[in-house]
Design a protein around this ligand. Structure first.
Ligand code: AMP
Length: 346
C-alpha cells in the first residue's frame, strides 16, 4: 500500500502530478479541491457557503475537510491514497495523523512542489482561461498564496522536520514530464532500498534463530531511541547518528554512564547499552520529540510575525547574517530570490 501527500502552493502542479502518479501506481487520488467543487453543484445551503469561501480564496473549515477526508480514506484504505490539497492546516495534519494511527496506517511519501510566485501567476492566468475556475484570478490568487504561506507551508515544514526520510522537495518550475520523472525516480529508488531492507531483515531474523549471539548480529544492530546505531564505531561517534546528539552531548552521556568514549559499540555489554538508553530517555530530547519541538518553535515565530519568523518564511538565515551579497539562503538547497543582482565579470 502506498500513501502519498502532495504539498505546494496553488498552481504548483500538485493536481496534475497526483493524477499521473495515481495512474502509475493504481492508487486513488483524493483532491479536496475537486471534492469541494463537486459539492458546489448540490446547490444547498452548504454549497452556497462553500462557494463564497472558495471564491474568495480562503480555506474551508477544518471540520468539513476532516469529515470529507476521513470518510473517503475509510473507503479506500486498503489500496492506499494520494492526498492533494490536504492537510492544509496543522489541525488537519493532527487529525490525519490520529486517523491513520487508528486504522494502523501511515504516510510513505511526501512530495513538496516548490515554485516561485511569478511562475505561479502566469500558470494560474493560463488555467483560468482553460478551466473557468472562479478562484483562478490574480486577486484571489494572492489570498490563496497567502493562505499557503501562513498555513500550509507550516504543515509541510512540520512533515519535513518530523519525517525527513520520506519528505522530498521537487522543483516545480520544470516541465510536467520532467517533474513526473523525478517523482517516479524517487519511488523506484525507495522500492529498491525497501527490497534490500527486506532481505536484510529476513537475514537478521534467520541469523537470530540459528545463532542468537552471532558476531554478525552484533555488527548489524544496536538500537537506541528508535535508531540503529552502527556497532563498529566508537560509542561517542555512534551516538551522533541519533538526531539531537552531537559529539559533546555524546561524550557527556558516556561520562554520566561511566563508559570509556573510545570503546566501540560492539564492545559494550547489554547493561551499558541500557544505561545509555535510560540516560537519553530521561535527560535528552531527541529524534521525533526534538523535530516536533523545532517545528512548533518555528511555527510560533511565524505566527508572531517577528523578524526571525519572517526570515524562516523566506528561508533565509535568521540570526542577522549579511544576506545582501552572501549567505542568502540558510543551509540546504539554494532558493532563488527575486531582485538578486547577478555578478558580472570584468
Ligand atoms: P485547490 O483545488 O486544492 O486549490 O482548492 C480550492 C479551494 O478549496 C481552496 O482555495 C480552499 O478554499 C478549498 N480547500 C481545498 N482543500 C482544502 C483544505 N484541505 N482545507 C481548507 N480548504 C480547502
Amino acid at each position: 500500500m502506498t500513501n502519498i501527500i502532495f504539498f505546494g502552493p496553488p498552481g504548483a502542479g500538485k493536481g496534475t502530478q497526483a493524477k499521473i502518479i495515481s495512474g502509475f501506481l493504481n492508487v486513488p487520488h483524493l483532491s479536496t479541491g475537486d471534492i469541494l467543487r463537486s459539492k458546489l453543484l448540490e446547490k444547498d445551503n452548504l454549497a452556497s457557503e462553500l462557494k463564497e469561501i472558495m471564491a474568495s480564496g480562503n480555506l474551508v473549515s477544518d471540520e468539513i475537510l476532516n469529515s470529507i477526508v476521513s470518510s473517503r480514506l475509510n473507503i479506500n484504505s486498503n489500496k492506499g491514497f494520494i492526498l492533494d490539497g490536504y492537510p492544509r492546516t496543522l489541525k488537519q495534519s493532527e487529525f490525519l495523523n490520529e486517523f491513520l494511527l487508528k486504522i494502523n496506517n501511515s504516510i510513505n511519501y511526501v512530495f513538496n512542489i516548490e515554485i516561485n510566485f511569478e511562475i505561479l501567476k502566469n500558470r494560474i492566468l493560463k488555467r483560468s482561461s482553460e478551466e473557468n475556475r472562479e478562484d483562478d484570478n490574480i486577486n484571489v490568487l494572492e489570498t490563496r498564496y497567502n493562505e499557503y504561506l501562513n498555513s500550509t507551508q507550516n504543515v509541510s515544514n512540520f512533515y519535513k522536520a518530523q519525517y525527513p526520510n520520506i519528505f522530498y522537495d521537487i522543483n516545480g518550475s520544470l516541465e510536467i514530464p520532467e517533474i513526473t520523472d523525478k517523482i517516479k525516480e524517487i519511488l523506484k529508488k525507495s522500492w529498491k532500498s525497501a527490497n534490500f531492507l527486506n532481505i536484510f531483515s529476513w537475514l537478521y531474523r534467520l541469523l537470530s534463530c540459528i545463532h542468537p549471539h552471532s558476531f554478525f548480529l552484533d555488527f548489524i544492530m544496536a538500537r537506541i531511541s528508535g535508531v540503529n546505531i552502527p556497532t563498529n564505531k566508537k560509542i561517542y561517534i555512534a551516538l551522533t547518528y541519533i538526531f539531537g546528539i552531537g559529539k559533546k552531548t555524546a561524550s557527556d552521556i558516556c561520562k554520566d554512564a561511566s563508559i570509556d568514549t573510545s570503546k566501540r559499540v560492539s564492545e559494550l555489554n547489554d547493561e551499558e547499552i541500557n544505561k545509555i538508553r535510560d540516560l537519553i530517555d530521561k535527560d535528552y530530547s531527541v529524534e521525533g520529540d526534538l523535530r516536533r519541538k523545532v517545528s512548533l518553535d518555528i511555527k510560533r515565530l511565524n505566527d508572531l510575525g517577528c523578524y526571525r519568523g519572517l526570515r524562516h518564511r523566506k528561508k533565509l538565515p535568521v540570526r542577522g547574517q549579511r544576506t545582501h551579497t552572501n549567505a542568502r539562503t540558510r543551509k540546504g538547497k539554494a532558493v532563488a530570490i527575486a531582485g538578486k543582482k547577478k555578478v558580472t565579470k570584468g
